[in-house]
Design a protein around this ligand. Structure first.
Ligand code: AMP
Length: 453
């Protein structure tokens, strides 16, 4: 199959060949013709399989077919992402694919000044890539008009539709045209209730799925090492020392834990940085770009970096802590084994996480390779029975029910309700905190524990 046969325009084909892409990935082959036809779409594809181009290429083509003159143009396409880093990445991709077209775009997210965003919006752009919080700030200031949007894309759609982002998303949906709008949802995972919710604002959506739901890339090998909690740090150092130049992304459950781990790694002579929601946007951007440029070897992240972020040839992801929600394992691990290369997923699992490991194994319907690391064997074997423990904050989810995150009106992830509380950080997508949002959040959380991530 070729990109030509999908009906893409010569200017896009040229950009693709300059990128070195020779043929479409399965999700691109399935989605591009449908999007070009104008259909609404829910597309499930495992992460790292070329999802961005699957919506970006036909989106650019459709806008280009209806190209407007040189004057100030209305915003005609909106791409929403849950994290600032993902917004920046999707925007970069759109610019690369659209380099031979006369379409303009800008990216809008919080944590940075408004000035450049206002200038771009005043000049007029065809496409906005945004996180919800800052976009709402612009809506409130009337610096953006979304009433002419033809195409809406929700990237990481399941996250955009969960409780943390839903209030913000509803406000944005209210500002968009209801008629004749094309809506595209892309995600690695789609829970049934998320699909049902999405149908409320989609027109007869087509569904494509190119891999079993909730699967991880086949080229990723999974290793689970049981270890006593107090020996995790030593085991991590041991694994890192096996190949000290190997770029490694380490996931920590909490922001505080991530900072502590970085200090420990640095004392041990390893160049490392942390990325999480308490860091300034500058620090987040620098950590990610230093990691991509090989200036640091280890990036320690909360789940802020679990979604969508594309790090070329990342060979290893280590779960220093297991995620509280099994689906997040899929997102984390998706940072490696991308675009056909192989990768390793290593999880260090202490006794208190045995229940979380059980959840992940169930979700993946697969036995992960569990083996002791010589010299770091746990004092007692990990439990595998139904009553296997979880960290205190993690309560068991009712069967089939996706955990919900509560959050503020600006899409800043807040707390989940106590029963589903998950203490790791999600993205702060910017935007100012407002008293009303805080109050709503407090009410929702019912005074539950603070966000530790
Ligand atoms: P994504 O799932 O959109 O984050 O893409 C994962 C990686 O695959 C990115 O590095 C893309 O640049 C790359 N990619 C996307 N489409 C193709 C293609 N058709 N051929 C080769 N690489 C691709």
């Amino acid at each position: 199959m070729s990109f030509e046969s999908l009906g893409l325009a010569p200017a896009l084909l040229r950009a693709l060949s300059e990128q070195g892409y020779t043929e479409p990935t399965p999700i691109q082959a399935a989605a591009i013709p449908l999007v070009l036809k104008g259909a609404d779409l829910m597309a499930a594809a495992q992460t790292g399989t070329g999802k961005t181009a699957a919506f970006a290429l036909p989106l650019l083509q459709r806008l280009n077919e209806k190209a407007l003159g040189d004057g100030r143009r209305p915003v005609r396409a909106l791409v929403l992402t849950p994290t600032r880093e993902l917004a920046a990445q999707v925007h970069d991709n759109l610019r690369e694919y659209g380099r031979h077209l006369r379409l303009s775009s800008t990216v809008i997210f919080g944590g940075v000044g408004m000035g450049n965003q206002l200038t771009a919006l005043r000049r007029g752009v065809d496409i906005i890539v945004a996180t919800p919080g800052r976009l709402i700030d612009h809506m409130q200031q009337r610096s953006v008009d979304l009433s002419k949007i033809d195409v809406l894309v929700l990237d990481e759609a399941d996250r955009m539709l969960d409780m943390g982002f839903l209030p913000a998303l509803k406000r944005i949906l209210n500002a968009l045209p209801k008629q004749n709008r094309q809506t595209l949802l892309f995600s690695a995972t789609f829970a049934p209730e998320i699909k049902a919710l999405a149908r409320e604002f989609m027109r007869d959506p087509r569904e494509v799925s190119v891999s079993p739901a909730n699967s991880v890339a086949a080229l990723v090998t999974h290793h689970v090492h049981p270890v006593d909690a107090e020996r995790k740090r030593d085991l991590l150092l041991h694994i890192l020392s096996i190949d000290s130049r190997r770029q490694t992304l380490v996931f920590s459950r909490t922001k505080h834990g991530a900072d502590k781990l970085v200090r420990h790694l640095e004392v041990s002579g390893i160049r490392a940085a942390a990325i999480h929601g308490n860091k300034s946007q500058n620090a987040r951007t620098k950590a990610l770009s230093d990691f991509k440029a090989n200036k640091i070897t280890v990036l320690v992240a909360t789940d802020i970096a679990a979604r969508g972020i594309d790090i070329d040839q990342l060979p290893v992801v280590i779960n220093y802590d297991l995620p509280m929600v099994a689906e997040d394992y899929v997102h984390r691990i998706g940072r490696t084994g991308r675009a056909g290369s192989d990768g390793q997923a290593i999880s260090l699992v202490s006794h208190d996480e045995a229940g979380l490991l059980r959840d992940i194994r169930r979700l993946l319907k697969d036995e992960l390779n569990v083996s002791d690391m010589a010299g770091y064997e746990p004092s007692t074997p990990l439990r595998t029975d139904a009553a296997a423990p979880r960290p205190k904050q993690a309560q068991r989810q009712p069967q089939g029910q996706r955990p919900q995150r509560s959050g503020s009106r600006d899409g800043k992830p807040g707390q989940r309700p106590p029963a589903t509380h998950r203490p790791h950080g999600h993205v702060n997508n910017g935007g100012s905190e407002h008293a009303a949002g805080n109050k709503r959040r407090r009410q929702r959380r019912g005074g539950a524990a603070s966000n530790k991530a």
